[in-house]
Design a protein around this ligand. Structure first.
Ligand code: G16
Length: 543
């Protein structure tokens, strides 16, 4: 077996977005495209000879081919060992768990998360460091810089490695160890949660439905929820991972997880419903005919953390992304712990968790997690809720309503305008920036604009600065409208409008979020000129 140095040309579009490089599958299938990016990763992280790498993906179309290429390139770039999930599968939180547990140099995760898969669907790749978390912006910028000047990559000429049996093989001088994709993760969950209490709940008449959306978490949820915790057979639906997610859009929200939503809002609804996404890091939590917003979910988890085994000592602090509602801030204030506001992207939480500043993190984009790994974690959030439910013996709805009664309710909604021409989306953002001066102090009905800015973040640990992270229109009563361009789409631009209004009055907590926010929505549309500039009368998705 010999190492081949292949001459290549740079691609100009390999800039990692919110979470790694995401493109259509045919783009990744272009000659040298994947190899260029992988070599750019290896050149940026300079692994010591003999280092161990973790590789796994969410099983979507092109996962297997990509893994074979990465293994051969790792062997040619001096790695000593690669740990791969069986069949090339690892959920994103499981990959983070394995990197940390076996103290590896880092890992490569193959996923386009909640984006659809298949031959014409999306694919993605990202690097996670030795803390198990997504590479920081400094590293992703270095990778992008390398990708723009790359001239050669190294690859071992060898046959493909079998990934379907547990055990060790060799590839050149490198060991390839195929590991069970589920066991390390399940063991970690068992150390954090009271499985006996949850088992008693689930075998005592409390019914659940978990929608794995034909994505990576199917086997994890089967093993943990039905296997170890005794949930009735069939509690996990769409449990078989498919390369194209069964043609679905594996994003756990009210629109795309409609199979589950129909069940949870239907006759004989289960007491608890949940879903996770393509790579298993996102989650949606539902009670019987009741939706918990991701922002509220983070706040409820923070407020109830000491009821849960792994967190009985209390939490050091909480972090949320800027567009996420301030519900968690209120809990942090009551607990007298810090609350950090970061840009969108899980990579911004890593430093805070490594420094022990925060225990819990969350995002409005259906992401919740803790310092047990350095990724958001869909099943972890589900187990956290089940553990709270097992202790409090109340319904999801009554827990959330009590929470609102104590802290007030942050009404929240997000409007997504997907697939916009990039110039039109940029035009909306530029128009808003140009309006800052004229908007300040302006009154719209009961709302007065206090300030407008483009969010900028200085990392409190390494002092790195991230600018232009979303336009904030902040009102004097604490309500907010945020405009931001997504960094995870693969077609045109996706413009997100985030709306939040605080309501202390319990008598108004029953309102539907869309009714409570209707004035703000109108203000947002007017000041952004979104409809005129994009021609879109309606958002693609409302969450
Ligand atoms: C990724 C990031 C999240 C982010 C989300 C949405 O999630 O890890 O931190 O909130 O994208 O980002 P955007 O608004 O830029 O599309 P995932 O689940 O796609 O990896």
């Amino acid at each position: 077996m010999s190492i081949r140095t292949v001459t290549t040309q740079p691609f100009s579009d390999q800039k990692p977005g919110t979470s790694g490089l995401r493109k259509k599958v045919p783009t990744f299938q272009k000659q040298h495209y994947l190899e260029n990016f992988v070599q750019s990763i290896f050149d940026s992280i300079s692994p010591p000879s003999g280092a161990t790498l973790v590789v796994g993906g969410d099983g979507r179309f092109f996962n297997r081919e990509a893994i074979q290429t990465i293994l051969k390139m790792a062997a040619a770039n001096g790695f000593g060992q690669v740990l791969v999930g069986r069949g090339g599968i690892l959920s994103t939180p499981a990959a983070s768990c394995v990197i940390r547990k076996y103290k590896t140099y880092g890992g490569i995760i193959l996923s386009a998360s909640h984006n659809p898969g298949g031959p014409d669907g999306d694919f993605g790749i990202k690097y996670n460091g030795s803390n198990g978390g997504p590479a920081t912006e400094t590293v992703t910028e270095a990778i992008f810089a390398k990708s723009k000047v790359i001239t050669t990559y190294r690859i071992l000429e060898a046959a493909d490695v079998s990934l379907d049996q547990l055990g060790e093989t060799t590839l050149g001088n490198m060991k390839v160890k195929v590991i069970d994709s589920v066991s390390d993760y399940a063991e970690l969950m068992e150390s954090l949660f009271d499985f006996a209490a949850i088992r008693a709940l689930l075998t005592g008449g409390f019914k659940i439905k978990f929608d794995a959306m034909h994505a990576v978490n199917g086997p994890y949820a089967k093993e943990i929820l039905e296997g170890r915790l005794g949930a009735a057979a069939g509690s996990v639906m769409n449990a078989v991972p498919l390369e194209d997610f069964g043609g679905g859009h594996p994003d756990p929200n009210l629109t795309y997880a409609h199979d589950l939503v129909d069940i949870v809002y239907g006759k004989d609804a289960p007491d608890f419903g949940a879903a996770s996404d393509g790579d298993g890091d996102r989650n949606m939590i539902l009670g019987k005919r009741f939706f918990v917003t991701p922002s509220d979910s983070l706040a409820v988890i923070a407020a109830n953390a000491t009821l849960v085994r792994g967190y009985t000592k209390g939490i050091a602090g909480v972090a949320r992304s800027m567009p996420t509602s301030a519900a968690a801030d209120r809990v942090a204030k009551a607990l007298n712990i810090p609350c950090y506001e970061t840009p969108t992207g899980w990579k911004f939480f890593g430093n805070l968790m490594d420094a022990g500043k925060v225990t819990l993190c969350g995002e409005e984009s259906f992401g919740t997690g803790s310092d047990h790994v350095r990724e958001k974690d869909g099943l972890w959030a589900v187990l956290f809720w089940l553990n709270i439910l097992a202790v409090r013996k109340q319904s999801v709805e009554s827990i959330v309503r009590e929470h609102w009664a104590k802290y007030g309710r942050n009404f929240y909604s997000r409007y997504d305008y997907e697939g916009l021409p990039t110039e039109e989306a940029n035009g909306v953002m530029t128009h808003l920036r140009d309006s800052f001066a004229s908007l300040t102090d302006k009154q719209f009905g009961k709302y007065t604009v206090a300030t407008c800015d483009d969010f900028s973040y200085t990392d409190p640990v390494d002092a790195s600065v991230s600018k232009n992270q979303g336009i904030r229109i902040l009102f004097s009563d604490g309500s907010r409208i945020i405009f931001r361009l997504s960094g995870t789409g693969t077609e045109g631009a996706t413009l997100r409008v985030y709306l939040e209004a605080y309501e202390a009055d319990v008598a108004r907590h029953h309102l539907d979020a869309q009714d409570a926010l209707k004035d703000l929505i109108q203000i947002g549309l007017n000041i952004s000129e979104l409809i005129v500039r994009t021609g879109r009368q309606q958002p693609t998705v409302i969450t």
